[in-house]
Design a binder for this molecule. Structure first.
Ligand SMILES: Nc1ncnc2c1ncn2[C@@H]1O[C@H](COP(=O)(O)OP(=O)(O)OP(=O)(O)O)[C@@H](O)[C@H]1O
Ligand SMILES: [Mg+2]
Length: 392
């Protein structure tokens, strides 16, 4: 605690007793404080309003007026006023009530001068800390305001990005459908038979046009999801039946790649309230990924298990896995890894972002576990029909 002449705080002593006045004044001036002195509350108030005062030291009893009233007026003048009150033992009870006026300290009379000096130092320190705290609070408020503004700007930019993606995908789909129909005509001999080389080229154009269309539809789909423009059409759904359907549909691709794709022994499940088409989309995306990132000879297994509130579905593969540092990034849009390795190079990194949004729209959650070169397991939940989670 500093009680040296380096002090700059200014104090105001309000005390009728001239002996006490000068005792205080001298002792505190010696400690480096600037000291103003008033003999009664009225003068005290006038001095307080005209000068910058850090701390008031006042008696609680005056001959012609009450110290309580003085404190009340002081507080009205400055809600942050700092005060030390001196009170006779007989007035202590009354003095204690002054706590309501934010009194920093209460010193019973008689007192030791040192006691007062140390109370003044403590009060000044407390006031300084409170002021610093207030400054920090104000700074924090400014920062929060700045952050909020940046967030709103980013949100606006994000909205623009989504609008841009929607517009550009729409615009590109129109000429693309023209390219597709002309290629179709070429391949089907509308302008005469093509020689094998031309046919091969036309086929390549068709395949790439199909792929491009798929990408543009993915972007459109995702943008709609982002803009909250997609509505779920819910109905009671048996998850096992949906898994069976999607597995059946993707079996030819798995066989062509020599990958063993199967649904684990289905156990009876409670129904979920879901959008069947979207649930198929979630599963198709996860299986498509598993097929892309699993080498020939690998295995993909799907399982669904009943839990009190939800059905949990797992899609497990024995593929190349995902490095631990990438695991928390894969659900972000346009994020892809190991694209350089042939089969994984297709797509634009939207699949999992769509899957996550769709699962969450259903009120479920999705997570992933993976070990490099061993395989990956995606686990997602869909609330049961009677569950309170995720009902809209
Ligand atoms: N089963 C998996 N095994 C290994 N890596 C995976 C698996 N699933 C996803 N990933 C990684 O996560 C990335 C993001 O997947 P996501 O489905 O979002 O994009 P994509 O499949 O590359 O493209 P898109 O789905 O748009 O066609 C993938 O590029 C891949 O690096
Ligand atoms: Mg994908």
């Amino acid at each position: 605690m500093q009680t040296t002449a380096s002090h700059k705080e200014s104090l105001l002593i309000v005390e009728e007793n001239l002996v006490v006045q000068s005792l205080f004044g001298e002792a505190l001036q010696r400690k480096g404080y600037r000291v103003g002195q008033a003999l009664n509350p009225d003068t005290g108030l006038q001095m307080y309003s005209k000068n910058a005062v850090d701390l008031v030291i006042t008696n609680i009893q005056f001959k012609n007026s009450s110290g309580i009233e003085f404190l009340f007026e002081l507080k009205r003048l400055d809600p942050d006023v700092a005060v030390i009150v001196l009170a006779n033992i007989t007035d202590l009870d009354m003095a204690r009530r002054t706590v309501a006026y934010g009194i920093y300290d209460l010193i019973p009379i008689p007192f030791e001068l040192d006691q007062v000096v140390s109370a003044v130092a403590k009060a000044c320190e407390k006031k300084m800390l409170l002021e610093r705290n207030q400054l920090l609070i104000e700074k924090q408020a400014t920062l929060i305001e700045k952050l909020h503004r940046s967030y709103m700007q980013l949100k606006e930019l994000d909205k623009l990005k989504t609008e841009f993606l929607v517009t550009i995908s729409h615009e590109l789909l129109t000429p693309l459908s023209c390219i597709k129909s002309l290629t179709y005509n070429l391949l089907h001999g509308v302008v005469g038979e093509l020689d094998p080389k031309k046919k091969e080229y036309a086929q390549l154009i068709q395949e790439d046009a199909d792929r491009l269309e798929e990408i543009l539809r993915d972007i459109l789909n995702f943008s709609k999801l982002e803009a909250g423009k997609m509505v779920l059409i819910r109905e009671p759904v048996d998850v096992n039946a949906v898994i069976a359907k999607v597995v059946r549909a993707m079996q030819p691709i798995a066989e062509a790649k020599n990958i063993f794709l199967r649904q684990m022994n289905p156990k009876p499940l409670a129904l979920v309230s879901a959008d069947r088409a979207r649930l198929e989309e979630i599963l198709a995306n996860l299986i498509e990924n598993a097929l892309k990132f699993t080498p020939a000879g690998g295995k993909i297994e799907l399982d669904a298990v009943d839990h009190p509130e939800e059905i949990r579905v797992t899609v497990r593969d024995t593929g190349m896995g995902i490095a631990p540092e990438n695991l928390n990034k894969i659900f972000a849009q346009f994020t892809q890894f190991h694209r350089e390795h042939g089969p994984g190079s297709q797509g634009i990194g939207l699949g999992l972002a769509v899957v996550k949004k769709l699962v969450e729209m259903h009120g479920g959650i999705i997570s992933v576990q993976s070990q490099v070169q061993k395989g990956t397991t995606f686990l997602f939940s869909i609330p049961r029909q009677e569950s309170k989670i995720g009902r809209t």
